[in-house]
Design a protein around this ligand. Structure first.
Ligand SMILES: C[S@@+](CC[C@H](N)C(=O)[O-])C[C@H]1O[C@@H](n2cnc3c(N)ncnc32)[C@H](O)[C@@H]1O
Length: 361
């Protein structure tokens, strides 16, 4: 039997997701070959040595993969489901050896997949019951316990696998469902909302994402990202030559500076958050973000790097490396994560902060 790591990504980004897992697995001396179907949002990394899958998924944080939203290690290949007794067929395929703390019913992130998810919702109730009865599903709220994935490729075909509770997305298919706030001036607001949820642990919000902080938003118009900062009680300097929505200016928490984001320098060193959604060359944005952090203009930065049409994985890796090089030259410790978030399209969201001060010469 083939053992594979199955990765979920945005449809259209299978090549990037595949290139990334293949490269990063090779750093861990794990090798395999890829199988991808364009626009299905799924990547199969078939392992040359099936026994290495578990250790690889233990060693490699999902958070370190840019293009994968979610992943699992296969327990079965594709199983043909009968028209009746599907629950029994799945239960039987799982056997009784292992237990799981949770179950994710998943589909490809495609239009067909959306239809299929209705079928999954119906099947979820009897399947959970049967798995509980057979002591396969414990649901004891054990966060580190294994998570069982049932990936439905059609109503007749399922693949079973598992991920480790401490190294998996908490969301089905790695997709958080966020509600668009009607007061926001633009839909882009969901990108920053998701970024904060994804990169900043909730139990640290009180010190890292809280009311009274000062923030700067570069490329802010019409104000969707500013809205996320304002709603968290921050005072925001919004920098953009374009107009900000009246609704956001009326909050009294926003100062609008109509100028080039590359020329803006904060008057005081009291900015906590820098956020940046400027449609600009990624290498320019990467450089600017590193400068803000190294000069102490802000404490944390959340920004988008636009992806080119071709060589997207190589380009994002190059830009991230340029930031790492600048940090290394300045002898600082740092945290730098990048993710192609669900609400991102042709861009990747990056979070960066310094963990040690810049040494003074
Ligand atoms: C994608 S939009 C930002 C949307 C905004 N984040 C929101 O949620 O409403 C990109 C913005 O970047 C601005 N921009 C591009 N280059 C810029 C620059 N050099 N300085 C300031 N703003 C810039 C554009 O004027 C545009 O308003």
């Amino acid at each position: 039997m083939k053992t594979s790591i199955v990765l979920y990504c945005r449809p259209g980004f299978e090549k990037e997701c595949g290139a990334e897992i293949q490269e990063k697995a090779a750093w861990n001396e794990v090798y395999g070959y890829l199988e991808l179907t364009k626009n299905q949002g799924l990547v199969y990394f078939h392992l040359n040595n099936p026994e290495e899958g578990d250790a690889l998924m233990e060693r490699m944080p999902l958070k370190r993969l840019i293009f994968a939203r979610q992943w699992f290690l296969t327990l079965t290949e594709k199983i043909e489901l009968p028209d009746y007794n599907r629950v029994e067929a799945i239960t039987e395929a799982l056997g009784s050896e292992w237990q799981y703390a949770d179950l994710r019913m998943e589909t490809p992130d495609t239009n067909d997949g959306k239809e299929l998810s209705k079928f999954c919702r119906k099947l979820a109730v009897p399947l959970r019951q049967a798995l509980r009865k057979n002591k396969i599903l414990t649901e004891k709220g054990d966060k580190d316990g294994a998570v069982l994935h049932a990936l439905f490729l059609s109503g007749k075909e399922v693949m079973l696998g598992y991920s480790q509770g401490h190294n998996t997305s908490p969301h089905v298919m790695g997709i958080p469902r966020l509600k668009f706030p009607s007061q926001s001036p633009s839909r882009s607001t969901l990108k920053l909302d998701e970024a904060f949820l994804y990169f900043i642990p909730k139990d640290e919000w009180e010190t890292r994402l809280t009311s009274g902080m000062n923030a700067v938003d570069l490329g802010s118009a019409p104000g969707g990202w500013t809205y996320q900062l304002v709603r968290r009680g921050m005072m925001v300097t919004a920098v953009d030559n374009g107009p900000m929505a009246d609704s956001i200016m009326e909050t009294g928490q926003v100062k609008h500076r109509m100028m080039d984001g590359f020329k803006f320098v904060p008057a005081k060193q009291n900015v906590y958050w820098l956020v940046c959604d400027m449609v600009e060359k990624p290498q320019r944005v990467a450089w600017l973000m590193a400068q803000w952090l190294l000069k102490g203009y802000c404490k944390e930065a959340m920004f988008n790097l636009k992806l080119p049409m071709k060589g997207r994985y190589q380009e994002i890796t190059k830009n991230l490396q340029s930031i790492k090089d600048l940090f290394a030259e300045n002898n600082v410790k740092y945290e730098l994560y990048a993710k192609h978030l669900y609400y991102d399209r042709e861009e990747v969201t990056v979070h960066a902060r310094l963990l040690s001060p810049v040494p003074q010469h």
